[in-house]
Design a protein around this ligand. Sequence first.
Ligand SMILES: [Zn+2]
Length: 266
Amino acid sequence: MTNERRFQTHEQRAASLRVHAQDMLKAHDLTAAPIDLHRLVEDRSQIRVAAMDLRGACDGLLRWVPRYRLFYLYYDPNPYKKRFNLGHEIAHFLIDEHHHAIRSGGGFHKSNKQSFVGHKRMESEANAYCAELLMPGFLFKDLDVEPCADDILQVAGDFEVSLQSAARRIIERTEIPSALVVSRDGIVSWGMVNDPLVHLGFWGVTAGKTVPQTCATRRAASTGNNESATSHAGQWLEQAPYRLPMREEAIASPGHRVTITMLSVV
Ligand SMILES: [Zn+2]
């Protein structure tokens, strides 16, 4: 498999990793939500898995101990992120190139998904692979979901993932031109626009930007309730080429102390 991937473009490699993740799930009869991640490594004699309070130093780590010829996987059991933390490390173990890189390159990999300590490309691949494990395309494709608060809560509950992960997956998959904005204390932390919105000429979300003064997002952040409003793309997105009305739906996510905003073309 490593050889097959050697000459792939970035997009081809991303697609083949998605297929690989799905094949792993099917090989373990993991074909219904929520996915039991532990089953993916239960049959591997080469790895030991344990939850461990990593005290904010990182979200998880994978260590190769040559003496025992074993990988040790530790993941932070933060209740809001533990499944993603575990899935991210399992991804490093299951992706051949990561597995070999960690084994031969010092035997230690520390994951910090927030600040991207470590090899950025490796981290983004493990994140995408983990998202595919938790919300596999073969289950997601039949869902009729839209970028709205109800559907995000439903997906987060059914698949046992965070609201942020559910929102991102829905935005990536929907054909409705839409964007995701994650903010904290009124400042944008990160965000993304989906391909249908890029095709309309809207390119992205700028981190560090202040969210509009009067908007559903600010109300959700202060009340903790889900809020919605009518907005327009230029208030949120960089280089908006024209005035595009959008529906704004905001959810306050207590676990992350952030507000999740979905913008979709009405
Ligand atoms: Zn990592």
